[in-house]
Design a protein around this ligand. Sequence first.
Ligand code: SD4
Length: 333
Amino acid sequence: MANRRSFLKKSLLLSFTAILPFKFIRAATREISDSNFLSPASGPMVISTWSHGLAANEAAAAVLAENGKALDAVEKGVMVPEADPNVTSVGLGGLPDADGNVTLDACIMAPNGKAGSVTYLQHILHPISVARMVMEKTPHVILSGEGALKFALDNGFEKTSLLTENAKAQWEKWKASGARYAPQANWENHDTIGLIAIDNVGDIAGACTTSGMAFKHPGRVGDSPIIGAGLFVDNKVGAATATGEGEVVLRTLGSFLIVELMRNGMSPQLACEKAITRLAESVHVHKNMQVGYIAINKAGEIGAFALRSGFQYALYQNGENQLLNAGFLLPWE
Ligand code: SD4
């Protein structure tokens, strides 16, 4: 009954807003958005995907401890796995595409709603910083491939070899096996980093960076650099970020969906669960498919959920940094 009443209230407001000028529309929609009534988080927080998120959280938290901004914190945070050769799914040391080239996707989103992204970028150690520069120095949101590389080089970034001996050996083994590309998203400690931070003034920013799926088709771009798919931030509501098989995150626009569900009053946990169930209902779920989401709302409540078991996330709060297991929808077959 209560649901029906709030649905009617929303419908009435929405049909009414169709004839109102913009200023009034904003006031009306604010009225029906429960999450706007949450009081802001007390103290800084950082949440990120997988166990490599622990070190990333530490770096982000160090920025926040100096009263730094959420935007600086998320960039500094994800730069840690980007530079770590032992993380084989992000930046340096990332597993290459089918041709043996390491190609990187990254995006960043600021509390003011601005966003920057690079896709299919090669030879640059910190794609997240190039994405930030796209946001801050250009009128664009996404730069891709050769154009993104040219932009980076023109702006002082240097070319680096990103293919480590280990990644090269894994690629050679894969090639020698004659295997065709098949998505395998749940390799322990081998996945995208998505990181969200809330700073001391309660502002929210997010960053997401990856080398994408190992041995992917050359030219392939995943969900991670696509605003609304791999990451979405709305400073009034909250933020969400994704890891796992990018194609299905792209087709269901998971991070945007989660933030919209939170805008309509859903908790981050329920919103992550809803996004996973929606995905499982709307795509063909194959036996190696994994997708994980994390989310946070303006009040600092968090959510995490995955399609399958094994998804872990790192949470930094009240000076404590811990690795947690997310709930999941389906067992591995
Ligand atoms: C992609 N979502 O490129 C990324 C890869 C990933 O766990 O997150 N793997 O599709």
